[in-house]
Write a protein that binds this ligand. Structure first.
Ligand code: MG
Length: 324
């Protein structure tokens, strides 16, 4: 069945669509009440984020826009040490979309929310003219534990930088699909709840964390540098990159420092704790290739050392649009 504008009318067709695609998959007590808003329990310190997902293709090797919208939202909460609790999803559907595809994407979002331990407590569907595309807007709410304070501004010279895994896989998977290039590269899109909980449970004094998304590691490090007035020196040959993504990037002349992920983070913490952080990440799902990749320094800017030294700027211009 194809989605038509009638499915966005707010009438019977809309109710049928919600019943068929979303109600059962996203079911939880707050959502099931189908009130105008969800009323839920709170916490002293809450973290709130919002994001919109416009990725094309909607389904790609290793994931889809449903998994991506949950991962992107919960990971942003986690980067401040907040545990994701609630999420909202607004689906903006273009007419002509296959209902079966929408159901696969809804199932994937529901499975990923379950994996991440968040409840989808509110949602919306709209149908617009178009060619079968889909956009998802989310809001995420997380609870910050009492003594946790993680912020980009808290990086200190001498801190170590630990990266949780291979750079660039999500970017390479999306670009491969769009260019029709056959390879085995899968997106790394993943919720990092287990990894962040393990690090906080171990009592690590994490100063700052960022997920490595659009703009890549180069952009993230520049953002951390300007927020904290530190610089970063990166050991380029210690950065983990899979052989598939490395050769894909080499063929196309892409810099892996500017390629996006959707399931990788960098943590900045006292250097005495770096080895421990790295081994905790390696013990977690999605962290098996974690590595210590550099240090924060007094000198401003971001540079890498591999034989010589090169300065790494934030990504300029477009890069690859619509990877998230
Ligand atoms: Mg982020």
């Amino acid at each position: 069945m194809k989605i038509t504008l009638a499915h966005g009318s707010g009438g019977m067709a809309t109710a049928e669509l919600i019943d068929k695609v979303f109600a059962e998959r996203f079911s939880n007590p707050a959502l099931d009440m189908t009130e105008d808003c969800a009323v839920v329990d709170g916490s002293k310190k809450i973290a709130v984020t919002t994001d919109s997902f416009v990725v094309t293709p909607l389904e790609y090797k290793g994931g889809d826009i449903g998994r991506l919208c949950i991962c992107g939202t919960v990971n942003d909460l986690l980067m401040r040490g907040a545990f994701p609790k609630y999420i909202t999803c607004g689906f903006i559907i273009e007419e002509g979309m296959d209902t079966e595809q929408l159901e696969r994407i809804a199932s994937s979002a529901a499975d990923t929310a379950k994996e991440a331990g968040v409840a989808i407590i509110a949602g919306d569907t709209k149908v617009i003219e178009g060619k079968g595309g889909l956009y998802i807007n989310t809001a995420g709410v997380g609870f910050v534990p009492e003594n946790v304070n993680i912020s980009a501004a808290l990086c200190r010279p001498g801190d170590a930088v630990v990266l949780s895994g291979n750079l660039g896989d999500h970017h390479a998977a999306i670009l491969s699909h769009r260019m029709g290039i056959e390879n085995d590269i899968e997106s790394d899109n993943a919720p990092l709840v287990g990894m962040v909980s393990a690090m906080l449970d171990a009592g690590l004094d994490i100063h700052a964390m960022r997920d490595v998304t659009r703009g890549g590691l180069g952009t993230v490090l520049n953002e951390l540098a300007s927020a904290s007035n530190c610089g970063f020196e990166i050991y380029e040959d210690s950065i983990p990159v899979s052989s598939g993504t490395a050769s894909f990037a080499a063929i196309l002349g892409l810099d892996t420092m500017h390629m996006g992920n959707e399931g990788r983070l960098v943590a900045v913490l006292p250097k005495e704790q770096a080895e421990r952080a790295c081994s905790i990440m390696r013990g977690c799902k999605y962290g098996e290739n974690a590595a210590i990749i550099g240090t924060a320094c007094e000198k401003s800017g971001v540079s890498t050392r591999i034989g010589g030294r090169r300065n790494v700027s934030a990504l300029m211009g477009e890069g690859l649009p619509r990877i998230c």
